[in-house]
Write a protein that binds this ligand. Structure first.
Ligand SMILES: [Zn+2]
Length: 390
């Protein structure tokens, strides 16, 4: 259900990850979150990192906050996005160094940055029935939400993407594994919603990567839609459910896929059992906005990226406002949410870049809010009277 963004036209947020502070050097390193939080050094660094991330987002003036994906280790190319789940679910075992099963020509080619990313993606074997294990998503969310009254979004990898990066040695088919993962994650996400989480965001099940190119594939778009909807079944009765799409973020790179734009996947995405669909718009100047406005059902909100996560150039508030105005030609302000195209990554850019992108996001939104007669959001970072030069 629309909950966190119900009374906020042009609500602002970021996708999830924020660059790690340089002093946050502790890692979960395979431990359960609650075990690591009993380690004094980890607990202090983790808690202080949350405080820094939350303060930065409040200074920028964002409406919906994230914990910056602070639970993930400082590893290569965002490996923890998958391995946090794989290391903690029941039925999965670390195989050590093995070839990654999912490769594109660039990922295969030594000398390519995507190859280096893949060298660190050690796939896990599925050797028994999968279960929730020690994911502890609710605890992770609570650790952040208890530091602010603003809504704290919880974001995680979807089971369909996890299935792609593991090696099945237990289930009779990939389809069976896909649904077993979906059922386990559904239980886990219900615990997060029951704890009071106002927004749960999952990654979309590869639809915009394979739409129109899945004929004859072992797992096609129909199966992915079924599995995703099983993973989120019943969640919308309790919380606001978002699905995130993007064109990739490993080491801040765009991934190689068969499709070139969103258009072929929009009707498939609209069949996902969610309240909000997110789209990259900053990276292509909003080229797909007319089609998005037409294809996404009125029961859903649309969240667009108005700052780019793969470039260091900080967008100006005027550039952000221009993209919002373009979106408003196709999507009503009550149904439009503003974000970054994807997470800022833990290594892709500096904290200063990410911070100023968040500030530009809010300042740009405020320009348009004023034009529409809406109240601008307080943006402490842009208060001239607090400038040390004033
Ligand atoms: Zn993304």
């Amino acid at each position: 259900m629309i909950k966190a963004t119900k009374h906020t036209p042009l609500a602002t947020t970021i996708t999830g990850s924020l660059p790690r502070p340089s002093w946050y050097v502790a890692n979960l390193a395979g431990r359960r979150f609650s075990m690591a939080m009993a380690d004094l050094v980890f607990r202090e660094q983790y808690t202080d990192t949350l405080a820094a991330h939350i303060t930065d987002q409040i200074r920028a003036g964002l409406d919906i906050l994230t914990d910056g994906d602070a639970r993930f280790d400082m590893d290569v190319g965002g490996r923890s996005w998958f391995s946090y789940v794989a290391e903690r679910m029941e039925g999965l075992e670390d195989p050590g160094l093995r070839p990654q099963p999912w490769t594109s020509p660039r990922e295969r080619a030594a000398g390519d940055i995507l190859h280096e990313v893949m060298e660190a993606r050690l796939p896990f074997f599925v050797r028994g029935p999968v279960g929730r294990g020690g994911l502890e998503y609710a605890r992770v969310w609570k650790a952040a939400q208890r530091m602010t009254h603003r809504p704290m979004k919880f974001g995680a990898c979807c089971g369909q993407l996890l299935e792609v990066v593991v090696l099945n040695q237990h289930y009779a088919s990939r389809r069976e594994l896909l649904f077993a993962i979906a059922d386990s994650l559904n239980q886990e996400l219900h615990e997060v919603a029951d704890a009071g989480c106002p927004v749960v965001q999952l990654e979309e099940p590869l639809l915009h990567y394979i739409a129109g190119h899945d004929q004859g594939a072992e797992l096609g778009t129909e199966l992915y839609i079924d599995a995703f909807n099983r993973e989120v079944a019943g969640l919308r009765d309790k919380t606001e459910v978002w699905v995130h799409t993007c064109w990739g973020n490993p080491a801040a790179q765009r991934v190689e896929v068969a499709t070139s734009g969103y258009e072929g996947a929009l009707e498939l995405l609209d069949r996902l059992d969610v309240d909000v669909i997110t789209f990259e718009a900053a990276s292509d100047g909003g080229a797909a906005l007319p089609a998005i406005g037409q294809a996404v059902g009125k029961d859903k909100k649309v969240c667009i990226g108005v700052v780019h996560h793969r470039s260091l150039e900080v967008e100006t508030p005027e550039q952000v406002a221009g993209l919002i105005r373009k979106a408003l030609r196709f999507i009503e302000p009550e149904r439009l949410i503003l974000s970054s195209d994807c997470g800022f990554g833990r290594q892709g850019m500096s904290r200063m870049h990410a911070f100023h992108k968040m500030v530009s996001l809010v300042r740009g939104a405020n320009l348009v809010r004023r034009e529409l007669g809406l109240d601008p959001a307080p943006c402490l970072a842009a208060e001239q009277r607090y400038s040390m030069l004033a």
